[in-house]
Design a protein around this ligand. Sequence first.
Ligand code: ZN
Length: 182
Amino acid sequence: MSETVLKIRIYGDPALRKKAKEVSKVTSEHREILSQMSRIMYEQSGIGLASPQVGRTEAMIVVDVGQGLYKLINPKVVKKQGIQALEEGCLSVPGVCIKIKRADKVLVTALDDNGKKVSIEAEGLLACCLQHEIDHLKGKLIVDYASFIDKLKIKKKLAALEKKAKNDILSEAKNKSCQLQL
Ligand code: ZN
């Protein structure tokens, strides 16, 4: 597992649209992925990262909004209250920022990286971030919340990202097909 290098998937990569699967038993492999995800999140100056963003199908997220690092498996929003609207970006949709209405307070249940049940009462930025990352596990992205005007504004950017993702996938396939590329 330690040899697997995870990298951030960009808009247009089908991995971002796949629904993540519940983890039935937490193992050292999950802990290793969560560590790598945390490292990537900090390297990219992100405040959250979800498994589909690094091409994994196990339902896992990492979040750190400055109140400590959460490594969560099978996270679910079980209670919502109030409304907030923050401008959100996403490491998988670089250059795009969308104002999204979400619950201001949430109760999230999950497993920690030892498989222990945890529940987190969050509000404000932490609540926003948890909802954003849990969306990723359903294959949902910030662009899905875009208004008609937003969509017009980001159309070109998204097309460029999509083209780049396609080229990256093609060149990756080419690299994998043969050791020697002459
Ligand atoms: Zn995101």
